[in-house]
Design a protein around this ligand. Structure first.
Ligand code: ZN
Length: 259
């Protein structure tokens, strides 16, 4: 196996994985999306809410607010020392009190843990008019995307890196150049050729294959371009490494049970 980092930004990591197959990369993808824990609001107690939105709608919106997650400081409630009762190691307490007319933003939520607060301060929660107010207390816990998507750490996808092979220079080369939606082909000295810089943009539509009666081939490679786009709770590297840790733990448990 071989890994090459293609781009590494704060919220988005793209890398090329060589020497693997579809099943392998899809397992990775699924573990990242559904098994990596993050913090999300699970319980809300409203003291006052006479805003334009019902309690249920506000609670649902609160659940979907990404909260910066520190995996070292929090346990799953079921695995915690408190035996599920709830304590500072498995619950994050948040609160909000507002009576300013206009939008109520995520930045107004007060968190008991300065490290773990809403990632995007400008996310609107509800809107107040004059003489309206809202006050609630909320509890966020660790959870996984398999249970509810609000705990999923991001959008993770991959595509097979295509290899385009021109077997025989086709007669309708100008048409091939024009029809490719990703403009991957070009004419060089009157011959059809592939722009190597754009080859990885191929969306495997197979238009070129059909147009040339299979004189162009799209070969299946063992290279995959993997993109991990975080929703902000964790950085992309943590999403990848944590997914692998969870996978290893499950495999170890499986092997223990088997013995
Ligand atoms: Zn606890």
């Amino acid at each position: 196996m071989d890994i090459k980092i293609l781009s590494n930004k704060k919220d988005k990591l793209t890398f090329l994985l060589k020497g693997v197959n579809n099943a392998y990369v899809n397992t990775l993808r699924r573990y990242m999306m559904t098994e990596v824990p993050t913090l999300a609001i699970e319980e809300v107690t409203f003291k006052i809410n006479n805003s334009i939105l019902y309690d249920e709608i506000v609670a649902h919106r609160l659940g979907l607010i990404p909260i910066k997650t520190d995996l070292k400081s929090y346990n799953f409630t079921k695995d915690c020392k408190c035996k599920g009762k709830g304590c500072a190691q498995c619950q994050l307490k948040l609160s909000l009190k507002s009576k300013n007319s206009g939008f109520v933003y995520a930045s107004e939520i007060k968190s008991n843990d300065a490290k773990c607060k809403p990632v995007y301060p400008k996310m609107p929660i509800t809107k107040l008019q004059s003489k309206q107010d809202i006050e609630f207390e909320a509890t966020a816990i660790l959870g996984i995307g398999k249970e509810h998507m609000k705990w999923s750490p991001g959008l993770i996808f991959f595509k097979q890196n295509p290899k385009i092979k021109i077997k025989k220079d086709p007669e309708n080369k100008q048409l091939v150049v024009e029809r490719c939606p990703q403009s991957i082909f070009e004419l060089k000295n009157g011959k059809l050729s592939v722009n190597s810089k754009k080859e990885s943009d191929c969306i495997l539509c197979s238009d070129c294959v059909d147009l040339t009666n299979n004189n162009i081939e799209l070969e299946k490679s063992d290279e995959f371009i993997f993109t991990v786009e975080s929703w902000g709770q964790l950085d992309p590297q943590t999403i990848v490494t944590k997914a692998i840790d969870v996978y290893n733990d499950q495999i170890n448990e499986f092997s223990k049970l088997l013995k």
